[in-house]
Design a protein around this ligand. Structure first.
Ligand code: ADP
Length: 496
């Protein structure tokens, strides 16, 4: 068995910090990266060794494979944790590390390659007898043939880029006459985003739920699942509220989905952490959507309900350890919710926003976890993803967890910039959400209910209180500069 002494975290922000915390606990040194622009962000000084990548586009910094491999060699790191996004699912990176004799804390390259392509992954699943959304995922990309397949499937259909991710290259087509135009625009978008315009066509499931299963396998042929996450609350095909367990599942359905996910891991001889995503139809049928061969953004809710540190397990698996527990010992306890705090304006079509975070906030509750890449005084720019933090709470049941999350959001106002904080609160308070009726079109269906609202009494009180804080801080740090009115400084907070 290997024993890592030093690990490079090939990522930034909240996930780099989160991984570093586990490495520290395991007595492994962390090497952290940052760019010139990120000098003041918390991750720049969080590691045991910090490397300034200078300035330049991502291709010259975080995504520069050659440069990262050189850093590994120079600093004699044993392994790399790629986090999520960036190089986490890029097979060439995995190969380059292998050649340099550096371990990747991730899956085998073959699994990464086959699951990175929606078409290939569906072919593998079909052979293994895993339920797939009815559709066409063949090689023939002729427009007329795809249109014929769409008719066979029955409208509405969904055109999807095979190399896709983040909802790019995806088009819903309601009727045959719209097909060809939608196909062309999906292909164009896919070519721009992924350099590959292969598509697949599948039945568009109306009002489905998105439910995923966390899996983890070791190098000794043991395949585990860590139960499900409900991720139906999305905007623009991206998750914003996640919870575990899912309010939609019976125990029987839950077991069936988790068993299917394990079967997928076995089929692929998978190693490491992964997530099998399913679409759940109203009649209780579920279909394989895709498998993500990395740690997910929303992994903390699984950690909260199972009590396992998934990053720790990833490291142990990469060191070759045989995991010492049984499937029957991995239990779901209580209820966890995560919300993604974005620097964006939900009332203006989720437009990204920038500015200085005057005050992040501080929790006044038990059982709350804030995974954030920013601290008070930091600048949010357009250079990186607008997700600035994840707020995660745990409680004994769903109702308590929702209430706790609402309070937790009040404690972390992220004053100074516009965020989706109030919008998230409106979702949590919505009657339909409270009843556990979550589905992927929730946000669109209830757009009117989720629109701007007057501030609650508590929020008003907090605004006034926090304003005192900001004024004091500004006076201290910018001597002699007149402080503008209270509400001017609360742009992310009040209703414009
Ligand atoms: P991406 O890789 O771009 O994220 P996915 O295949 O994972 O694409 O799908 C993203 C989201 O799109 C899902 O969570 C779901 O909300 C929606 N979706 C995908 N396929 C279908 C489908 N066949 N019918 C209805 N909604 C779908």
């Amino acid at each position: 068995m290997k024993s890592f002494k030093r690990v490079l975290i090939a990522n930034r922000g909240e996930i780099a910090i989160r991984v570093a915390k586990t490495l520290r606990e395991l007595d492994i040194e962390s090497v952290m990266l940052f760019t010139e622009e990120e000098k003041d962000l918390p991750h720049s000084s969080f590691g045991d060794i910090s490397i300034n990548l200078g300035s330049g586009p991502l291709s010259e910094t975080y995504l520069n494979i050659e440069r990262l491999v050189k850093i590994c060699q120079k600093f004699k790191v044993d392994a790399v944790h790629p986090g999520y996004g960036f190089l986490s699912e890029r097979a060439p990176f995995a190969k380059a590390l292998q050649e340099a004799g550096v371990e990747l804390i991730g899956p085998p390259t073959a699994a990464m390659e086959s699951m990175g392509d929606k078409k290939t992954s569906k072919e593998i699943m079909e052979k293994a007898g895993i339920p797939l959304i009815p559709g066409y995922h063949g090689d023939n990309q002729d427009g007329d043939l795809l249109a014929k397949e769409a008719v066979k499937i029955g409208f509405p259909v969904l055109i999807k880029a095979s190399a896709g991710g983040g909802g790019k290259g995806m088009r819903i087509v309601e009727q045959e006459s719209d097909f060809s135009e939608a196909l062309n625009s999906a292909k164009r978008e896919a070519m721009n985003a992924f350099g590959d315009d292969k598509v697949l066509v599948e039945k568009y499931i109306t009002d489905p739920r998105h439910i995923e299963v966390q899996v983890l396998s070791d190098t000794h042929g043991q395949h585990f699942h860590f139960w499900e996450r409900e991720c139906s609350i999305q905007r623009r095909y991206q998750k914003i509220v996640e919870e575990s367990p899912s309010p939609a599942l019976t125990q029987e359905l839950r077991q069936s989905m988790c068993d299917t996910a394990v079967k997928i891991s076995e089929t692929m001889n998978y190693v490491g952490a992964g997530t099998v995503e399913f679409i759940l139809d109203k009649d209780g049928s579920f279909y394989f959507l895709e498998m993500n061969t990395r740690l997910q953004v929303e992994h903390p809710i699984t950690e909260m309900v199972t009590g396992h540190d998934l990053v720790q397990l990833q490291v142990r698996v990469a060191q070759g350890e045989k995991l010492p527990f049984k499937q029957s010992e991995i239990l779901q306890n209580g209820h966890a919710i995560e919300v993604r705090i974005y620097a964006e304006n939900p009332d203006k079509d989720f437009m990204p926003s920038i500015g200085t975070i005057d005050v992040v906030g501080e929790s006044r509750l038990l059982g709350v976890r804030l995974d954030s890449g920013y601290k008070s005084g930091n600048e949010v720019t357009t250079s990186f993803d607008p997700m600035i933090a994840k707020l995660i709470v745990w409680s004994t049941d769903r109702t308590q967890a929702i209430r706790k999350m609402d309070k937790a959001l009040s404690d972390y106002p992220f004053l100074g910039i516009t965020t989706n904080r109030d919008y998230l609160k409106r979702i949590l308070k919505h009657d339909v959400f409270l009843k556990g009726v979550t589905f992927t079109h929730f946000v669109k269906t209830y757009a009117d209910d989720l629109g701007p609202r007057p501030l609650s009494l508590e929020d008003k009180a907090l605004a006034i209180m926090t304003n005192g804080l900001i004024s004091t801080r500004k006076k201290e740090t910018r001597e002699g500069v007149a402080v503008t009115t209270a509400w001017d400084q609360l742009s992310g907070f009040r209703l414009n």
